[in-house]
Design a protein around this ligand. Sequence first.
Ligand code: FAD
Length: 326
Amino acid sequence: MADILKELEKNLGPKIQANVLLSKYTNFKIGGPAKYMLVADTSAEIVRAGQVAHELNLPLIVLGGGANVLVSDRGYDGLVVIAKNQQLEVKENKIFAGAGVRLGFLVTQAVEAGLTGIEPLVAVPGTVGGAIYGNAGLPQEPKGCIGEWIYSVDALANDKIVKYTKKQCQFSYRNSRFKKTKELILSAVLQLDTGDKVTSQQLIKKYVGARKGQPYNMPSSGCIFTNVEIKSDAQVKEAQEKLKGREKLDQFLECKQLPSSWLIDQAGLKGKKMGKAQVSTDHANYIVNLGGAKADDVVMLMSFIKQQVRDKFGIELHEEVQYIGF
Ligand SMILES: Cc1cc2nc3c(=O)[nH]c(=O)nc-3n(C[C@H](O)[C@H](O)[C@H](O)COP(=O)(O)OP(=O)(O)OC[C@H]3O[C@@H](n4cnc5c(N)ncnc54)[C@H](O)[C@@H]3O)c2cc1C
């Protein structure tokens, strides 16, 4: 470890830290130590970290706001880069943003510049990089997710900086190419519409207001499971059989999506606890940390939820939260 630390210090400078508790960098307030950590203030620092980790054969992961991760109690046996590259520039209807720019700040800067489109992202915690990785946003809104507004993304791929177009990013519901490739997202250019500040501010109020009833004041990672997409007629028929007579079913089938919060609630799991982790009593797709929860408590609770929903409705839930260090 001493040798690797020396190499990292030699190549990345004195900002390298060792044995840093990741619970301080996650919204869940859960997670053991990162063996090494670099808080990167520029894209160049992320690039250098990526190249050095590659040379040393050291596992590396980038975190933004830590709002969509569950970090193992054993931590991460490699280099964790915290993206704090918060450079932002508006030129006509395009915004250049470093991966570490917070979404709330991005939205307010866009509105300030008379641009519109990304207001649904205003209350989504985290950074531009994290949002691109999982195509964050409000999929129930037309053009409510970040991928809709991306013009290009710069990423570190095989030690080279590559510019991807929106199409090449392969955005879909809670997905992008980056989930598969694990390339490091450095920055993005968003292309927005010209708007009207007053209308945008009203939209912001609406989206912030809509968060009432969600457990924003408790440590969590937001929605734990993705919603269940119902695409084919056969899937509609199956859901009608399995969930017959349940309130709101027809409404959800019309939208071609069953909310996981609804399924978990229908399974009677609101308030269910394992250790210090609890299914939120406000929003059943959130697991909240009641104070001192372990990653293992959350994992056990997630597996219980999956099993109950599978047994009761024959539906398989899939994790939205990203596991780190497992
Ligand atoms: C209270 C609450 C409400 C939420 N509401 C929503 C919502 O409405 N809609 C929604 O979509 N999400 C929501 N989320 C989840 C979360 O806000 C989003 O997933 C967000 O995009 C995570 O961004 P982040 O920067 O925190 O990513 P992190 O949690 O830091 O990372 C998430 C994943 O992205 C990867 N990653 C991050 N940055 C980079 C980078 N620069 N390069 C490569 N990979 C990277 C990480 O390695 C990790 O795998 C909510 C979360 C909370 C806590």
